[in-house]
Design a binder for this molecule. Structure first.
Ligand code: ADP
Ligand code: MG
Length: 211
């Protein structure tokens, strides 16, 4: 598909909420290996709030408002590092690009670039620090390379890049969050926040494929 309507994008993001909620246990497990194990509960809780707000407030005037609504709910309800980080991801994407009435690959690339910038500005993590940036940054680069492609193509590339990014987090020593206290002992384990990013892009890709 070339582009999505605001209503389709709302449905897509509701699927994203459901996917994260469904992966609550798995995300908790991944975080418990090198963190405190709260990532699943945090992300699922934030996405429950985001889902309720999306359902209550639709239809939205533009794509930006979908993301902003999700980000505000996440920041408002989630504790821990990930509330601010994932909240900033959704709010940054909404705030820093012009109002969009449709979602195509080019707009998605611009929004996700703004999301990445917001996360890096807020959290100060760079590529290789074993955070969600290690999945988000390659996904954004893939989207930018596919800015003229069909949406399912650009999302496929982004999902693959995010997945590869998650794999690479196994080779990195944690520099942020609770995992940083384990230093070298974090080697061999994937980062929980990166796994969440993978779930988000994977679900968006699956939604675009069946449209
Ligand atoms: P907490 O670290 O407070 O327990 P969570 O377990 O919910 O919060 O989230 C941890 C995830 O947040 C990490 O796996 C990492 O991906 C992400 N994260 C933590 N700090 C940062 C940061 N400064 N920048 C980017 N992502 C971060
Ligand atoms: Mg944690």
């Amino acid at each position: 598909m070339r582009e999505m309507t605001v209503e389709q994008a709302t449905d897509m993001m509701l699927h994203v909420c459901d996917a994260i909620i469904g992966q609550k246990q798995y995300l908790a497990e991944v975080d418990s290996r090198i963190g405190d194990g709260d990532h699943g509960a945090g992300m699922a809780g934030g996405m429950e709030k985001a889902k309720a707000a999306l359902e209550a407030k639709r239809p939205f005037p533009d794509i930006n408002t979908i993301f902003r609504t999700m980000g505000m709910e996440m920041i408002g309800s989630m504790g821990g590092a990930s509330g601010v980080i994932f909240g900033s991801m959704f709010m940054g994407g909404a705030r820093d690009v012009p109002s969009a009435q449709i979602l195509d690959s080019d707009i998605l690339a611009k929004m996700m670039r703004a999301s990445l910038d917001a996360v890096k500005h807020r959290g100060k993590a760079q590529l290789g620090d074993k955070t969600m940036v290690d999945a988000l940054e390659p996904a954004v680069l893939a989207l930018e390379r596919q800015a003229c492609a069909e949406l399912e193509e650009s999302l496929k590339a982004a999902a693959l890049a995010a997945e590869e990014g998650v794999e690479k987090t196994k080779d990195y020593v944690a520099k942020f969050g609770r995992a940083k206290f384990l230093g070298e002992r974090t080697l061999g384990y994937e980062d929980a926040g990166a796994v969440s990013v993978r779930v988000i892009f994977q679900t968006m890709k699956e939604y675009a494929e069946v449209q």
